[in-house]
Design a protein around this ligand. Structure first.
Ligand SMILES: *Cc1c(COP(=O)(O)O)cnc(C)c1O
Length: 360
């Protein structure tokens, strides 16, 4: 692909990146029937079905398309990301598809199994020398030194998703709901990391005039809930989230508070309780952020029932359980962090059995 005109390389590269998803199929939307809850349909949009196992596949695909179209990624551009998480795995995936070298700058103490996932997609990694909060700047500097492209998911992700012209998660949800008894959901529940997903949903609701409301759940230590409540755009907590993918120590540029109807702060132990319940009772292998979503959704479904409403609610499984076997799914790991999910598990069991929600 290197000897042709750069524009034809770009067109071919974008075509490849777009064709990467299997059969151009949307990720599944799964109903979750609960015996006690007959009047509200519950649906889970399963983003763990993406080839790299996470909804970050969608974000990174949009970022590659935008960077190629704007000339920032060419046939020989090294691509650099600042994370050991799902963005690095997806970044390595798309770089390999295009024959580009990919490097993730990762925080010190990143576990070996996490690094193995980056390597499994053909990516390289190097440990950042600065404290974890400075990994972003280090990756940006590395990209500059190499003449490469820094895949800045917090800075550029939301705009890439909004501008790339691919169907968004919201397009898919409304399309997939169209045959259901209540095709227009009362609520869609999402978390916020970069903010791209909640922004895409909020934009969709306005563009199409849907009465659906958008709820965003937020874990402990995140700046998003206090920023939304106080209207203070530059709120910071300086503390990392313990729920991978969601919650940020500062408000990121892709987070659009104006499109959010309700924010629900969720205790980390409740997210873990929901994660366990989904796994052991519902047989759904989801990551911790799906637990946070599910907790917020239970609260909203109970509120609808109390108000005598019928309808549907949709939430998201952002990634699968596999990466969390030694962490959030491990009882010792959870206890060592002072988290006690047991009381919250009892709340979820009560809700599934009776439809009543004891909290709030
Ligand atoms: C990134 C992520 C989110 C949040 O999505 P954004 O579009 O970045 O706000 C939610 N859940 C999981 C599992 C994620 O990885």
């Amino acid at each position: 692909m290197t000897t042709e005109h750069p524009n034809s390389w770009a067109a071919e590269a974008i075509r490849r990146v777009r064709a990467g998803r299997p059969h151009l199929a949307p990720t599944p939307l799964r109903p979750l029937p609960l015996p006690a809850i007959r009047d509200v349909g519950i649906y889970l949009k399963d983003e763990s079905a993406h080839p790299t196992g996470s909804m970050k596949y969608r974000l990174v695909r949009a970022m590659f398309c935008e960077a190629i179209a704007s000339g920032a990624i060419r046939s020989d551009t090294p691509v650099i990301a600042a994370t050991s998480g799902a963005v690095a795995v997806a970044g390595a995936h798309f770089a390999r598809l295009l024959g580009l070298v990919f490097t993730a700058v990762v925080p010190a103490k990143t576990p070996a199994d996490v690094l193995a996932r980056i390597e499994g997609e053909g990516g390289r990694w190097q440990v950042g020398e600065q404290p974890p909060a400075a990994v972003q700047e280090e990756a940006r500097a590395l990209a500059e030194r190499l003449g490469g492209h820094f895949l800045d998911h917090f800075g550029d992700g939301e705009r890439a998703v909004a501008g790339c012209g691919e169907p968004t998660i919201a397009d898919e949800i409304f399309d997939q709901m169209s045959g259901e008894p209540h095709p227009i959901p009362e609520w869609i529940v999402s978390g916020a990391g970069t903010g791209a997903t909640s922004a895409a949903i909020g934009r969709h609701l306005r563009r199409h005039g849907h009465p659906t409301r958008l709820a965003v759940v937020d874990p402990e230590n995140s700046a998003y809930f206090p920023a939304w409540v106080s209207g203070c755009g530059d709120y910071t907590t300086g503390m990392p989230s313990r729920i991978p993918g969601i919650g940020r120590p500062r408000t990121e540029p892709g987070f659009l508070p104006a499109v959010i109807d309700l924010m629900i702060p969720v205790p980390d132990a409740a997210s873990i309780a929901a994660l366990r319940w989904l796994r052991t009772v519902a047989g759904i292998e989801a990551g911790p952020a799906a637990g946070t979503n599910f907790w917020g959704m239970c609260y909203l479904v109970a509120r609808m029932r109390r108000a005598g409403m019928r309808g549907s609610v949709v939430t998201i499984i952002g990634d699968g359980a596999d990466p969390y076997r030694n962490t959030h799914l491990n009882t010792e790991w959870v206890r060592a962090r002072g988290l006690d999910p047991a009381p919250y598990e009892a709340d979820i069991e009560l809700f599934a059995r009776t439809g009543d929600w004891p909290v709030g």
